[in-house]
Design a protein around this ligand. Structure first.
Ligand SMILES: Cc1cc2nc3c(=O)[nH]c(=O)nc-3n(C[C@H](O)[C@H](O)[C@H](O)COP(=O)(O)O)c2cc1C
Length: 200
């Protein structure tokens, strides 16, 4: 198969510690939509990986590589190889859950590549040059600003990763495990969003 015929690689990161939780259920639907549009998909559940938060050692300032030898190294590789990225993370304490925030902070190596080393994160001549992503989240409350902090951080993360942010799919008043299954319109919307993401 020629390189230009390769299917779009769509990576979904399930950040919730609840493996059968609401954001993961939405992510599974989005990936189903992406597959329908011909994408090759992978769901990466953070709970299966062991990694530390960023320790601010500045080790990444030298070569743009993180020097902490843990499972984040595997996650970095997948993030760099993906054409489409979906971050699915619940709201904990008015922000991203800690698992998601740890991934974002460990993205400091991408920030260092761009801003300290002044190099591109993604080779602009590669097929991955046009990367795109969306954010999925759920919150138990219906506070108007409940997603604003998390959304801001995800936008920043996509920028670091050289991923064009296409939008967020945010669901309020979704709390206990399985609650999202009582919202068929949300599942339908996210299926379509996954399909559109893979088609664009
Ligand atoms: C530790 C913790 C903190 C939470 N903080 C908030 C919050 O600040 N605001 C809110 O609306 N919901 C909050 N929630 C509710 C979750 O956002 C909600 O249950 C969501 O559906 C979880 O998604 P998940 O099933 O994908 O884990 C919190 C839940 C937990 C466990």
């Amino acid at each position: 198969m020629e390189a230009w015929q390769k299917p779009v690689k769509c990576l979904g990161i399930a950040c919730s510690p609840r493996t059968k939780g609401n954001t993961t259920a939405l992510l599974e639907k989005a990936l189903e939509g992406a597959r329908e549009a011909g994408a090759e998909t992978e769901l990466l559940a953070l709970g299966r990986f062991k990694f530390a938060p960023c320790i601010a050692c500045n080790g990444c300032f030298t070569e743009g590589q993180c020097v902490v030898p843990d499972d984040m190294q595997v996650i970095y590789q997948k993030l760099l190889e993906a054409d489409r990225i979906i971050i699915a993370a619940p709201i904990f304490s008015m922000g991203l859950c800690a698992q998601a925030k740890a991934v974002v902070d460990r993205g400091q190596r991408f920030w260092a590549t761009k801003h300290i080393l002044k190099r591109p994160v993604i080779d602009q001549n590669s097929l991955l040059a046009a990367r795109r992503g969306i954010f999925i989240s759920c919150a138990g409350s219906d506070l108007p600003d409940v997603f604003s902090g998390a959304e801001r951080v995800v936008r920043y993360y996509f920028k670091m990763l050289e991923v064009e942010y296409l939008g967020s799919y945010l669901y309020r008043q979704v709390d206990e495990v399985g609650a999202i299954h009582r919202r068929p319109e949300a599942l339908q919307e996210i299926f379509q969003a996954g399909k559109d993401l893979a088609s664009k």
